[in-house]
Design a protein around this ligand. Structure first.
Ligand SMILES: C[S@@+](CC[C@H](N)C(=O)[O-])C[C@H]1O[C@@H](n2cnc3c(N)ncnc32)[C@H](O)[C@@H]1O
Length: 218
């Protein structure tokens, strides 16, 4: 299948999907796993939480989230990568409350007020902006009132301010959409989409960030 957005670098399949986390661990000199563990910890997941993971990849983040949800919680990952979905299913073979479906997150989704957390991790930066908007609409609709969106991605920074060991990988790996992503005011965007109580946590010296925002209501 051809790419949906030819200029995007996040449509990862095949060998790239199989070794995605290994590659990131090498690139970050072994810091990737600890960073994800910390960010998932900051999501304050409780037993019984129902979590939608938009662009779930191979289930690497879901593996950390699954430690918190207990028997009554659920995780539903959505992705379009055949290899990612295969790896995800392999990881959660014997855990019926953690599932993945092959679905595009940039088209209207059928979920309404079903989840109390929605995560999207290292996906939004790689989408054209109009497509990011569609994805945020999907997230908002899928959340229950009082539920929270978690946007784990790059922070807002000037590329020229980054140390070389971060600037070079960004330049090599990233597409034009990522440059646009780091220039935007994401707090303002989330508020425009109807979210409130926007908070953020920074990691790797501000190179990456977890933003969280609440859907109003109780
Ligand atoms: C950079 S990877 C991140 C994977 C995972 N969230 C993580 O943080 O490890 C981006 C993922 O988004 C998926 N993706 C890209 N465009 C998508 C779309 N339109 N609908 C669903 N998934 C998409 C890719 O297949 C890939 O698995």
């Amino acid at each position: 299948m051809g790419k949906l957005y030819p200029d995007s670098h996040i449509e990862i399949d095949g060998i790239a999907a199989r070794y995605y986390e290994t590659f990131l661990n090498l690139l970050t000199m072994g810091k990737y796993g600890r960073f994800i563990e910390q960010a998932i910890g900051d999501m304050e997941i409780n037993p019984g939480d129902r979590i939608l993971d938009l662009g779930a990849g191979s289930g690497y983040n879901a593996r950390f989230m699954a430690e918190y949800i207990g028997e009554k919680g659920e995780i539903l990952g959505l992705d379009i990568s055949k290899e990612g979905i295969k790896q995800f299913r392999r990881k959660f073979n014997d855990e019926p409350n953690v599932k993945v479906e092959n679905r595009r997150i940039d088209l209207p989704l059928p979920y309404e007020s079903q989840f109390n957390k929605v995560l999207t991790s290292f996906v939004i930066h790689g989408l054209p902006h109009s497509t990011r908007e569609k994805t945020l609409e999907n997230a908002y609709k899928a959340l229950r009132r009082g539920g929270r969106l978690y946007l784990l991605d790059y922070g807002e920074f000037e590329l020229s301010d980054l140390p070389l060991y971060m600037r070079i990988p960004f330049r090599i790996a990233e597409c034009e959409y990522a440059y646009d992503y780091i220039d935007r005011d994401w707090k303002e965007i989330l508020v425009q989409f109807g979210f409130e109580e926007v908070e953020s946590y920074q990691y790797l010296g501000g190179f990456t960030r977890l933003m969280t925002a609440r859907k109003p209501g109780t």
